[in-house]
Design a protein around this ligand. Structure first.
Ligand SMILES: [Zn+2]
Ligand SMILES: [Zn+2]
Length: 390
């Protein structure tokens, strides 16, 4: 294995190249081949093709100790980029609007830094995951044997966070990202003349009642201490301003920071649909799909992440880490990994940039180095703290 550290300028060039050539979920072929090529150059023997385009490489110190998994996601989003950087996306309608290009290179940098300065014992698995954006790529990797092929004691993830000072690291124990259910609802009534509503069964007014009533699920049915959101994002009905339609289509998402609250929201929405259908003489079908579980950080693993952040701050200065950051109601498929293994998902500040998933968002290259050093420090602390995390 080459004894070399990482080169931040090189990683920035790779990041911008990935940004120029974004790939959607499970289509990250070019990205995966670049990742595998760099890993090979560092002396690793990457395992490719897990969950189609996922890549995993292992650093084995040869000495017994904990196996730590560090994970980055690689996929881009179906968004047309409006930013103007010279590395703007060259793929129409596709862009790295969530900074997964940055996550990928920070983990590549960690693979280089740890190859040059490995932990004293144990193993480090570097996981480059496809399909985080709505594809549950983490679960697909698990289904295809991630934890069997690469036995792991602890797993860690890192996401850039706009609005958090550039390079500031943050974590919290317990839930850090929400779980979600998506739902699609179809209300079928009976169309009629707008002036004769009594001759039909109007799905539109029932849909309007449903949107209103569903807010009571959060206000009156779930524990007010636990954050939860019900959002209807599609309400589609009608063809003309003097016809009451036959059908209305609604869709949206349920989010919560506790798994039982999430299930309660789902069951409550189903009951509400059943009740409104009975009360108003329409039929209502509901489909729930693509649940991302709550991302729940393990207490001991979070302490290790916090220790790594504090050690970095003591060594290098920079923004003081936030070790009790408020959780977000965004969702993240790393929750699937944390359902199987203890670990911690952390944030790294992207500065005052545009928000994630915005068409003018860009990853802040100035934080690459900090992210790499966090991974490096964390791997070392995990190896040195076997007793603490077991
Ligand atoms: Zn995203
Ligand atoms: Zn993301």
């Amino acid at each position: 294995m080459h004894r070399q550290g990482f080169d931040a300028d090189f990683l920035t060039r790779v990041r911008r190249d990935l940004h120029t050539h974004p790939e959607l979920r499970f289509e990250e072929k070019r990205t995966a081949s670049i990742v595998a090529e760099h890993l090979r150059r560092l002396g690793y023997e990457p395992h490719a093709g897990l969950a189609r385009t996922g890549v995993v490489a292992t650093l084995d110190t040869g000495c017994p100790g904990p196996a730590v998994m560090l994970r980055a996601d690689m996929d881009a989003l179906p968004i047309r980029e409006t930013g103007q950087g010279p590395w703007v996306s060259q793929v129409d309608g596709v862009m790295h609007a969530c900074g997964h290009d940055g996550h990928t290179v920070m983990l590549l940098g960690a693979a280089a830094a740890l190859a040059a300065d490995p932990p004293e014992c144990g193993k480090v698995h570097f996981v480059f995951q496809p399909g985080e954006e709505g594809g549950a790529g983490a679960q697909v990797m698990i289904d295809e044997g991630l934890f069997t092929l690469f036995p792991t004691d602890y797993c860690f993830g890192l996401h850039n966070w706009p609005g958090l000072a550039a390079g500031k690291l943050a974590v919290c124990s317990g839930p850090i990202m929400a779980g979600g259910w998506r739902f699609a609802i179809e209300i079928t009534g009976k169309g009629s003349h707008a002036a004769q509503p009594h001759l039909g069964r109007d799905p539109l007014t029932v849909g309007a009642a449903l949107v209103q009533e569903a807010q009571l699920l959060v206000a009156r049915r779930t524990d007010p201490i636990i954050p939860a959101v019900v959002s209807f994002c599609i309400f589609d009905a009608g063809t003309a301003d003097n016809i009451l339609p036959e059908k209305a289509r609604l869709a949206g998402t349920l989010r919560a920071l506790a798994p039982d609250v999430l299930d309660e929201l789902r069951d409550g929405l189903q009951l509400l649909c059943n009740g409104l259908a009975m009360a108003h003489g329409v039929t209502i079908s509901v489909h729930f799909h693509q649940p991302y579980p709550v991302t729940v950080n393990d207490g001991a693993a979070t302490r290790l992440a916090a220790k790594a952040m504090q050690a970095l701050e003591a060594m290098e200065g920079g923004p003081v880490p936030d070790l009790d950051i408020a959780p977000s109601l965004a969702s993240e498929d790393f929750g699937f990994m944390l359902r199987q293994k203890p670990g911690a998902y952390a944030m790294i500040g992207n500065g005052e940039s545009s928000k994630l998933h915005a068409p003018d968002y860009d990853f802040n290259d100035n934080v690459i180095q900090k992210g790499v050093r966090y991974w490096h420090m964390l791997a070392h602390l995990c190896a040195a703290s076997t007793a603490e995390v077991s």
